[in-house]
Design a protein around this ligand. Structure first.
Ligand code: SF4
Length: 381
């Protein structure tokens, strides 16, 4: 038995007894079911994914069902899973499958990788797990196992390190049993060769593992070099109308929180500049409510930081008491007046922090505009 055969054999034999066999996406494995699970599992824990996966499969059992759904409906199914580009890409790719591949996922690596949101590892996982085609994979779990076992230094985000890991994955993937091998590698990474405290003593490949011999498995894979992220600032506006509620709008399909529902956002200096605030409100056909003949100033409800992979966004939440402006024409994104209850669609990430403030703001408008708000829920930045 060659070294790579013995590696694969040891991992597959271990998984036969100790691997995971009861996950929902391991039953009735079709390319579609594997695809949806692989996309949901990116950056998300198995336990979190299971209820989302089951709901998704119940409502969209076939590619054509997903393609026929509206983007709004798909994003509502994704709401809470995060990384919404994944949901948008699934939907786009499903429509392409219907238009160009007879309503199913294509059966070649290249055709799969041409679909939005499907990279080499996901394509390899779909074809190996569903159809037992021999393709290597390199998800986070497999990267960790290979980097440790072969002592591959460096951050896998670097091209050279990534190429080395792909080469190792290719060498180890068996021709005839890629399904069991790839599943076994994912299981090994998820259950034994975990990020912290790997269980080397009971690992099936511990005798040949470089990281174990060195005594420092956790140093692999190498960490991302730290760099300071730039900081941007913005406002989210709680436009509170005594009669109608709080204005919510659906964000444009591309850009951050694309297609999701949020408070209106503006980078204009609306907190201290009344003229600017007036101009901003005009887009919504609104104006500030006045009290004693003076416009009621905005009320700062909260400020917090939301961090993306490439920048920090410092968000200030401003409550503005508004009313319809006479003869004004609304010129803004699609929106609704919200009065509590069900959110109109997928929720933009920071709204989870802000939602309790909206309820307080909605309740408060019946007490009297710009009364001091008491008993606000505490929000951590
Ligand atoms: S011996 Fe330890 S570090 Fe090496 S692959 Fe197994 S669990 Fe991971």
């Amino acid at each position: 038995m060659t070294q790579s055969h013995s590696f694969a054999h040891a991992v597959i034999t271990w998984a036969h007894d100790a691997g995971r066999h009861d996950l929902p996406w391991q039953q009735n494995r079709t390319r579609y079911r594997v695809w949806v699970s692989e996309i949901m599992l990116q950056q998300t824990q198995v336990a979190t994914v299971i209820p989302y996966y089951e709901r998704f499969m119940r409502d969209y059992p076939k590619v054509s069902d997903l393609a026929a759904a509206s983007m709004d409906d798909v994003l509502a199914h994704w709401s809470g899973l995060g990384y919404y580009a994944r949901g948008r890409n699934l939907h786009k790719a499903a429509r392409l499958c219907v238009d160009e591949h007879n309503g199913d996922l294509p059966v070649t690596l290249d055709a799969l990788m041409a679909l939005p949101g499907i990279g080499r590892s996901t394509a390899g996982a779909i074809l190996s797990l569903a159809d037992n085609q021999s393709h290597p994979i390199l998800d986070g779990n497999v990267k960790r196992v290979l980097a440790r076992h072969y002592g591959v230094d460096g951050f896998p985000g670097k091209a050279q390190v990534l190429n080395t890991l792909w080469q190792l994955s290719e060498e180890q993937t068996p021709v005839n049993n890629a399904r069991d091998y790839n599943q076994a590698m994912m299981d090994l990474g998820a259950t034994l060769c975990t990020r912290s405290k790997p269980q080397c003593l009971i690992c099936p490949i511990n005798r040949t593992c470089v990281a174990r011999q060195e005594g420092t498995p956790e140093k692999y894979p190498g960490k991302k070099p730290k760099k300071d992220l730039p900081v941007k600032t913005t406002h989210l506006l709680v436009l509170c109308d005594r009669a109608r509620g709080v204005w919510l709008e659906q964000r444009p399909p591309s850009g951050i929180w694309g297609g999701l529902w949020s408070l209106p956002e503006t980078t204009d200096a609306v907190a201290d500049d009344h003229k600017q605030l007036t101009r901003t409100l005009q887009k919504y056909g609104l104006r500030c409510v006045s009290k004693n003949r003076k416009p009621v100033p905005p009320n700062k409800l909260n400020a917090f930081r939301h961090t993306f992979s490439h920048y920090h966004l410092d968000i200030t939440v401003l409550e503005v008491a508004v009313e319809a402006a006479p003869r004004a024409v609304m010129d803004c994104q699609q929106g609704v007046w919200y009065n509590g209850g069900q959110w109109p669609g997928g929720m933009a990430a920071p709204m989870k922090k802000i939602e309790p403030l909206l309820i307080a703001s909605l309740n408060n408008r019946f007490i009297g505009i710009n009364e001091p708000i008491t008993n606000l829920p505490e929000i951590t930045p």
